[in-house]
Design a binder for this molecule. Structure first.
Ligand code: PBG
Length: 340
């Protein structure tokens, strides 16, 4: 850019501020947009009827029974949100070492998927494939005597879980467990069982993050996990090349979409994944990110609507095609048919 040379009476020829002066030209050169089409609403599902419970660390988010979930689904569909992601809250009595409840055809996630597809066939249903809501120890897989999460035995259970979701009508199964080889095993099982069009959203680059705290409260796995951690299977926050390796493996094994999680602190990973592979790349704005934005807004320290829209637009700019966010419904209401 030409610099101002006052001595010779010259001025900048290029003034980027010209285009920023008015809303019409800001709109014309806007590179990214956020629409309801980009969003997936995660929901916490409870046993029982006509009941909801607030999640203390996630103001505005409730666990709801299936009948209430159906009412929410209708609202989401009307607002143009394409899909919901189901997270069941498993009663303590149904948790076990073998996580058998994970593949119960009458389990909460399976019933919720079935009811949703029956009432709203056009609304996409995503189910979480991982064992943490069902294990008595809160880990995502089965453990040996030392407490180590065993890979291949866990994959066998994940396959049963994913099949039970597909049978219940789930459109997308989303393995969030980070076991090795699970995408390939699930893909083969789905194909053999005739579920050719069940899509797999692989949580490929899922980090061992401290931003998942409120989620573990919401599904009630925090108490089970106790002081345990997930470092032996979720990724080290220091790593980036490793994320590309995980994505390459999952794509090779038959993933239709890949996901980076959490969102805002990991947008460099989103960018690298999208640029390297050019495949549908999703990002999860996780519970801790939601809690931070809510808490600061509630204190009047941040302006909620502005920061939420900015945080999501930044994800699109980084390369995300779609975003799982607890703000989905709220954002769709703010945008109402338009975009930001
Ligand atoms: C379970 C799962 C987790 C989340 C989604 N699926 C928690 C975890 O891995 O401990 C976190 C989502 C969030 O924090 O919003 N495997």
């Amino acid at each position: 850019m030409t610099h101002i040379d006052t001595a010779r009476g010259r001025f900048p020829r290029t003034r980027p501020r010209r285009m920023r002066r008015d809303e019409f030209s800001r709109r014309l050169m806007r590179e990214r947009h956020l629409r309801a089409d980009d969003l997936i609403q995660p929901v916490f599902v409870l046993e029982g009827k006509n009941r909801s419970e607030p999640v203390a660390s996630m103001p505005g988010i409730e666990r709801v029974t299936i009948d209430r979930l159906l009412a929410q689904a209708e609202a989401l569909q009307t607002l143009g949100v394409p899909a919901v992601a189901l997270f069941p809250v498993t009663p303590t009595g149904k948790k076990s070492l073998g996580a058998e409840e994970a593949y119960n055809p009458e389990g909460l996630a399976q019933r919720a998927a079935r009811e949703l597809k029956r009432r709203f066939p056009a609304l996409g249903v995503v189910t979480d494939v991982a064992l943490d809501p069902f294990t008595s120890h809160g880990q995502d897989g089965l453990i040996d005597e030392s407490g180590y999460v065993v890979n291949d035995e866990t994959v066998a259970v994940l396959v049963r879980q994913a099949l039970s979701h597909a049978e219940a009508g789930a459109d997308i199964v989303a393995p969030s467990d980070m076991m090795d080889g699970r995408i390939g095993a699930i893909r083969d099982a789905l194909e053999s069982a005739g579920h050719r069009n069940t899509r797999i959203l692989a949580y490929s680059a899922k980090y061992a993050s401290s931003f998942y705290g409120p989620f573990r409260d919401a599904v009630g796995s925090a108490g089970n996990l106790g002081g345990g951690n997930k470092y032996s299977y979720q990724m080290d926050p220091a790593n980036s090349d490793e994320a590309l390796r995980e994505v390459a493996l999952d794509l090779d094994e038959g993933a239709d979409m890949v996901m980076v999680k959490p969102g805002m602190p990991y947008l460099d990973i989103v960018r690298r994944v999208k640029e390297t592979f050019g495949v549908p790349t999703f990002v999860y704005q996780v519970s801790g990110e939601y809690a931070m934005l809510k808490a600061a807004s509630a204190n009047g320290w941040l302006e909620e609507r502005a920061v939420v829209l900015e945080s999501l637009l930044a994800m699109k700019r980084a390369g995300a095609d779609a975003i799982l966010t607890y703000f989905a419904r709220q954002v769709a209401e703010w945008l109402k048919g338009g975009e930001s």
